[in-house]
Design a protein around this ligand. Structure first.
Ligand SMILES: Cc1ncc(COP(=O)(O)O)c(C=O)c1O
Length: 396
């Protein structure tokens, strides 16, 4: 049997049609496809502006740079991030020259624990990046209250939580910026890529400038669409505004082929999201009898979880280790991955020292957590193979 992987890309005739249209238009750098994709993506998350870029990490990095430009910073500035997340979240803070300060996570949702945020706030804290881990929205009400009370900016890392909602509101619409990844294992994919969303025109313009070398011109005629049109603003400045650089920027753009795939994915979003939720619900239902030893995902009824993956944590009272169960599953051709260990990464131990022990919940997840797939490409048979293998392991 083929490996039952944790990720999957669904490419239908719609994606192929749009990719062919992009090829026929002979415009490979960003144009109509990218701009429609980013507008639609933002609108589907209840935001006005979307800026597509080449990765979720770039989206986060640009987001932090935007916050610095708008809200200010010093060399001592600190940004709060959860102690469980993919390393890109905290790396982005450091790429932007700021210091990440870790907050332990909630033992049930695995997200930044609101009760532990205030103890980490210092005179140098300027913002925070809650991460909607594994597709589960963070508890945004207390997070936004704390941010307001302490005058902190909030950028949401929504890389793993496309279309998830908290109390009926889309993730990415609480903070000033939402940063998404569209890398292939993420629910809506462009192959590689990311999207920044915001309701703030100025933040959108700075983001557009930053992804394109810091250029002054961020208007749509220049960036998008029709190479036959000449921007009316371009020649009004002494130096052609499109080639005038006003900030230290990056080369973080995507092209039309990625935009075309993304557009197709958005049209297929109900299939993609619906199947994931159905698969996760099936796994949870069939694994109820393992709950003495395995912690399954649990979401309060006011959130809509988007299940980028299916996280499982071995309970402390279990008589086996994470390695025992994951090695068994792998031997059955079921792919597993560790559940986003962060503070015990060799590079973080080198930078931050031995701090994992100060974050007991994260430490538990680092050593006992793993995930399996619940993606939209899994067949009923494959779901049953996962359930059967877990039961077989526990019987041993
Ligand atoms: C929570 C989180 N943030 C950021 C990223 C970075 O996204 P990318 O791989 O597109 O750079 C990921 C990627 O897996 C992620 O899971």
């Amino acid at each position: 049997m083929e490996k039952i992987g944790v990720g999957y890309a669904y490419v239908s005739d719609i994606e192929k049609k749009y990719v062919n249209e992009a090829l026929d238009a002979i415009r490979l750098s960003q144009g109509k496809m990218v701009h429609k994709f980013e507008k639609d993506f933002a609108a589907l998350h209840d935001q006005k502006y979307g800026i597509a870029c080449n990765s979720g990490t770039s989206a986060l990095h640009v987001g932090v740079e935007v916050m610095k430009e708008i809200h200010g910073w010093t060399e001592k500035s600190e940004v709060l991030v959860p102690a469980i997340t993919f390393i890109a979240t905290s790396n982005a803070v450091m790429h932007a020259g700021l210091t990440p300060v870790f907050v332990d996570v909630d033992p049930v949702t695995y997200n930044m624990d609101p009760a532990k945020i205030e103890e980490k706030i210092t005179a140098n804290t300027i913002g925070m990046i809650p991460v909607h881990t594994f597709g589960q929205p963070c508890d945004m009400d207390p997070i936004m209250e704390i941010a307001e009370k302490h005058g902190l900016w909030v950028m949401e890392d929504c890389a793993e939580a496309h279309f998830a909602t908290y109390k009926g509101r889309k993730v990415g619409s609480f903070g000033e910026i939402g940063a998404f990844s569209t890398y292939v294992a993420h629910t809506i994919t462009t192959g590689v890529g990311g999207v920044i969303i915001t309701n703030d025109q100025k933040m959108a313009e700075i983001s557009r400038s930053l992804i394109a070398h810091g250029r002054a011109c961020t208007c749509e005629v220049c960036l998008a669409s029709d190479p036959r049109k000449v921007c009316p603003l371009r020649m009004k400045t002494q130096m052609d505004k499109r080639f005038m650089m006003v900030r230290m920027g990056y080369s973080y753009r995507i092209g039309e082929l990625e935009g075309a795939i993304g557009l197709g994915q958005l049209e297929n979003r109900d299939i993609i999201m619906g199947n994931r939720k159905k698969n996760a619900a099936y796994l949870t239902d069939r694994l109820q009898d393992t709950k003495d030893v395995l912690q399954l995902p649990e979401a309060p009824d006011y959130v809509d979880h988007s299940y980028m993956m299916y996280p499982i944590v071995v309970k402390k009272e279990a008589s086996f280790t994470r390695e025992d169960i994951t090695h068994f599953l792998e031997s059955k051709n079921i792919e597993t991955r560790p559940m986003l260990p962060l503070l015990n990464q060799p590079i973080y131990q080198e930078i931050f020292g031995d701090i994992e022990k100060d974050y007991p919940v994260a430490e538990w997840i680092d050593h006992y957590g793993f995930y399996v797939g619940c993606h939209h490409g899994l067949t009923q048979k494959e779901l049953d193979v996962i359930v059967g293998a877990i039961h077989e392991f526990l019987k041993k």
